[in-house]
Every structure is written in structure tokens, then in C-alpha cells.
Design a protein around this ligand. Structure first.
Ligand SMILES: Cc1ncc(COP(=O)(O)O)c(C=O)c1O
Length: 368
């Protein structure tokens, strides 16, 4: 019987808090497809205000949020979007921008910190004189924080520079801000300033904010009017969504203030992991709530085995590949959970080391 449950697979695994459930039960609702849901209106108004944009729209998921934004900016088939070769839209969203939107992705190398080199971005912009042959570049996408880079933050200076390039070439800038709250807190830059250069942002409520469902996209009034229509086309027009928006409003109140603590716990976790023989974390890359754990070469155990061992003790982590694990902190992980998970890692790796030694003939002799 496992005494504890420490779920570190993602910040999407949080359960709605008591206050969220009460707010959901009592939410004032109406038909949002008809534009009448007062709680959706409240959430969208608040999100638009926080992000410094004219308008906002609740959508079922971050994937749909990104898809809608890309499709609104690239409303002519054969449009091209410049994005990172390690970004979520390019890797994990079923190629929806291409299959559904007819948008061509132009992938530019993502650096380890989640940026793309500015000169590479500029070089990837198609020359309009070649329109007989080329797709037409219309959009640049950034991701902040950058998940596949371990939750690293794009600075406001970098974002502004990409915004300037976009403007210079008549392009739009979209930010996949699934974890933009984490970036804002870690950088100490207000949200509206951080995304000032962007024409649209997609923000997940079901990650650090802890809501059970949903994302919000923000942009100009005209952009959101088009987005609302596309959301309906994609089947994302829902009815009494105030029930979901009520939980998100509570999440904004309850959990934004806890992100700093999530980040602090992530750093402590990373430091603890680095003390365990056979594991390695690039501590300087732990800027927010994510940790990538590398299993050092020469260590006989693999990620799958570690996951299984931890699971049997109620600790859940994500396997990235056979030599890498991912851990994500969130508001339902306490400091004591971190210590418990660390102790499980430690025992696992120490036991494994001893077993490996025993299997090694020379060591076996020494242990006799
Ligand atoms: C960076 C990033 N963008 C977008 C998404 C998509 O969000 P959803 O799972 O709500 O579709 C995720 C989900 O993990 C993500 O990490």
C-alpha cells in the first residue's frame, strides 16, 4: 500500500481545490455561444486586462488556442509561420496548423534556452519577390516559458527584438504562453510588458494556474472577433462555460502567488538530485517549475526502471527518453513531498549502484 501520492508528471495534473469546486457549483452561467455567459465575460475581461490586450477568448485547450491564433493570422492557405524546431506547436500539436489550416511551418533551430537566433529568424523570412515559388511568411511564433528547454524564460528584451523584426517585415507575432505566468514571475516582469510586442498570446489556465480545464487567447478586438468564429468552426464553441471559468478565476487568485514557491522548490529539488550519484541536472537551466534529469552515462539503470521504482512508492515522473526524466512542480506539491521524492530517488540510485557493483565480478569479490 502506497502511503503518498506525489504527482510530478506535469503541472496539468492538479485537482480543483475546494474553493474552485464551490465557485464552480455557484457560478452564474448562460449560453456562451450566444455570448451571454457572465462568468466567461468576467474571466476574459480580467485576462485581457492582465495581458494588456483589448480582448480575450476562453478556449478548451492550449492546443486549440494556438491553432486558432495561427489560423487567424494566416488566413490565406499557403501562409508560412516561422517557429522553433523544438516548440510545442511544431512537435506536439498533431501538425494541426498544416492539416487543418493549410499553414506551412518553417522551423528554425531552437537554442538550449528556447530562443531562436534573431539572424536565423530574419533569414527564414521569405522574399516576397519569390511569391511564385515560396509560401508567404505571415507569422513568427515564440514559446514562453519554453517547455522542451526545461521551462526556460524568454526575456522581454528578446521578445521585443523579435517583435521589431516582425514589424519590420509586416509579420505578426504570436506567443504560446502556456506558462507565461511562470515566465513573468521568474523574470520579475509584468505580464502585459512581457507580451507587449505580441499580436496574440495563448495562455493555459490548466497548468500553473491550476484550473481543471481551459486556456485563454488574447489580442485586439478584431483578432478576437475572428478567433471566436474559428473557435465555433473547430467545435470549441461551448455553452455554460462559466462553470469552468469560475474555477480559473479562483486559480488566478489562489495560485499566481504560489508560482514563486514552485520555482524555489524546483531549484531545491534540482540541487538535491545533483547530490545523487548517477543523476545530473543542469541547475542553471532550472528557471521555473521544470527539471530535466539526465541519467549519467555508465549508470546501469534506465529511465523506465526509475519510473517504475518511484511509481511503486507513489512518486510519478515523466520519462522523456531512456536517459532522461522530467519533473514538474505545481501548487499541490509541498516541500515535504519534494523531500520524500528526493529520498525515493536517493534510495533507488544507491540500491542500483550497489546491485551494479555486486553484479560486477571485481566488486562482487570485494563484497564477499
Ligand atoms: C508550451 C505548451 N504549449 C501548448 C500546450 C498545449 O496545451 P493543452 O494541453 O491544453 O492543449 C502545452 C501543453 O503541455 C505546452 O506545454
Amino acid at each position: 500500500m502506497v502511503a503518498r501520492n506525489v504527482d510530478l508528471r506535469s503541472d496539468t495534473v492538479t485537482k480543483p481545490t475546494e474553493a474552485m469546486r464551490i465557485a464552480m457549483a455557484n457560478a452564474e452561467v448562460d449560453d456562451d455561444v450566444l455570448g451571454n455567459d457572465p462568468t466567461a465575460f468576467l474571466l476574459e475581461t480580467e485576462m485581457a486586462r492582465m495581458m494588456g490586450k483589448e480582448a480575450a477568448l476562453f478556449v478548451p485547450s492550449g492546443t486549440m488556442g494556438n491553432l486558432i491564433c495561427v489560423l487567424v493570422h494566416c488566413d490565406v492557405r499557403g501562409s508560412e509561420v516561422i517557429l522553433g524546431d523544438n516548440c510545442h506547436i511544431y512537435i506536439y500539436e498533431n501538425g494541426g496548423i498544416a492539416t487543418i489550416g493549410g499553414v506551412h511551418p518553417r522551423a528554425v533551430k531552437n537554442n538550449d534556452d528556447g530562443t531562436m537566433d534573431i539572424d536565423l529568424i530574419e533569414a527564414a523570412i521569405r522574399d516576397p519577390r519569390g511569391e511564385l515559388l515560396y509560401p508567404t511568411t505571415r507569422l513568427i511564433c515564440l514559446e514562453n516559458t519554453h517547455a522542451n528547454s526545461g521551462g526556460r524564460c524568454l526575456s522581454v528584451e528578446y521578445t521585443d527584438r523579435v517583435g521589431e523584426i516582425a514589424k519590420k517585415h509586416g509579420l505578426k507575432l504570436h506567443i504560446d504562453g502556456a506558462r507565461i505566468f511562470n515566465a513573468s514571475v521568474a523574470l520579475g516582469v509584468p505580464l502585459d510588458r512581457l507580451v507587449q510586442a505580441a499580436d496574440s498570446v495563448s495562455v493555459c489556465l490548466s497548468k500553473g494556474i491550476g484550473a481543471p480545464v481551459g486556456s485563454v487567447i488574447v489580442g485586439s478586438k478584431n483578432f478576437i472577433a475572428k478567433a471566436r468564429r474559428l473557435r465555433k468552426t473547430l467545435g470549441g464553441g461551448m455553452r455554460q462555460i462559466g462553470i469552468l471559468c469560475a474555477a480559473a478565476l479562483v486559480g488566478l487568485q489562489e495560485n499566481v502567488g504560489k508560482l514563486e514557491s514552485d520555482h524555489r522548490k524546483a531549484r531545491l529539488f534540482a540541487d538535491g538530485l545533483n547530490e545523487i550519484k548517477g543523476l545530473k541536472v543542469n541547475a542553471s537551466s532550472v528557471e521555473t517549475n521544470m527539471i530535466f534529469i539526465d541519467i549519467e552515462e555508465g549508470t546501469r539503470t534506465r529511465a523506465e526502471k526509475i519510473c517504475k521504482y518511484l511509481e511503486e512508492r507513489g512518486v510519478y515522473v515523466m520519462q522523456e527518453c531512456s536517459s532522461r526524466l522530467r519533473v514538474v512542480l505545481h501548487h499541490q506539491i509541498s516541500a515535504s513531498d519534494v523531500q520524500y521524492a528526493l529520498s525515493c530517488f536517493k534510495v533507488m540510485m544507491t540500491t542500483n549502484h550497489l546491485t551494479s557493483c555486486l553484479m560486477d565480478p571485481i566488486c562482487a569479490v570485494l563484497f564477499l
